[in-house]
Design a binder for this molecule. Structure first.
Ligand code: B1M
Length: 209
């Protein structure tokens, strides 16, 4: 088994202590950071499928997520480039009722590396907290809202609409597995991205309009 396959297998079963060293070994073996990240994202897909089939439960999902987060820590300096310019501040958070943060953290990392100063509000963020953060931070050019559950899509809508009610010109980008470009447009977001890399591209595009 190659190191990258081992990373995938160990993330799936939540081997938090083993994953960082395996990620480093996969890098040493010549795998690129993007390949390793994709392998870990694939692992989470397998974990999600097993959960859907009732083969594993929430605790197993949680340890797999922790193992992936440890792996991402090793890749972080390699994935996130430095940017000299500041495109302003981006406020990011996972919306109310939603505790999923791996995707949001990847999006934060990529948007930051595109040149934004990042303020991460974490998970389970009520709509009003996004508004407070816009008020409290300097030069907020973008708000990024993540939602991973079909049941928290209404919270995504509430976040966008609450932000727009307080700051009509504030640019907002949304994303997360159940979100579609059509839904993003319907709730009044300025942009949608399907993954972390395209979120960074979209972020720059939105604020330059
Ligand atoms: Co949850 N969970 N989970 N979970 N979980 C999913 C999402 C699920 C699809 C699993 C399944 O059933 N197959 C399912 C949702 C079904 C649905 O709503 N359609 C689900 C469920 C049901 C639940 C609970 C309700 C389970 C329960 O308690 N019965 C519960 C809800 C808790 C809550 O939030 N209130 C729950 C809990 C959890 C854990 C806490 C155990 C854990 C999360 C830990 C953590 O995040 N720290 C967890 C996990 C790990 C998953 C899966 C397995 C993996 C999620 C993940 O990290 N993926 C997930 C199954 C799956 O995704 N296949 C699942 C990897 C990550 C890189 O991808 O987050 O999609 P993703 O992010 C991508 C894109 O979506 C996009 O870019 C990212 C990177 O490319 N993106 C954006 C994300 N945000 C963006 C924002 C943007 C743009 C792009 O702009 C702002």
């Amino acid at each position: 088994m190659s190191k990258i396959e081992e990373v995938k297998a160990k993330v799936e079963i939540g081997k938090t202590k083993l994953v960082p060293a395996l990620v480093q070994e996969a890098l040493d073996e010549g795998s690129t950071p993007a390949m390793i990240l994709q392998a870990m994202v694939d692992s989470m897909g397998v974990v999600g499928d097993k959960f859907s089939k009732g083969e594993i439960f929430v605790p197993e999902m949680l340890i797999a997520a922790k193992a992936m987060a440890k792996g991402v820590d090793v890749l972080r300096p390699l994935l996130a480039g430095d940017s000299e310019t500041s495109l302003g501040t981006c406020i990011i958070g996972t919306v109310a009722g939603d505790l999923h943060d791996i995707g949001k953290n990847l999006v934060a990392m990529m948007i930051e590396s595109a040149g934004f100063t990042m303020v991460d509000l974490g998970v389970d963020v009520p709509a009003e907290k996004f508004v407070e953060a816009i008020k409290e931070n300097e030069r907020v050019t973008l708000v990024a809202c993540s939602g991973l559950l079909t049941t928290t899509m209404p919270a995504l809508k509430e976040a966008v609409q609450t932000i727009k009610a307080a700051y009509p010109d504030q640019k907002v980008i949304v994303g997360g597995a159940p979100v579609t470009p059509e839904y993003a447009a319907e709730i009044g977001a300025d942009g949608f991205a399907p993954d972390a890399g395209s979120a960074a591209v979209k972020a720059k595009e939105i604020i330059s309009v």
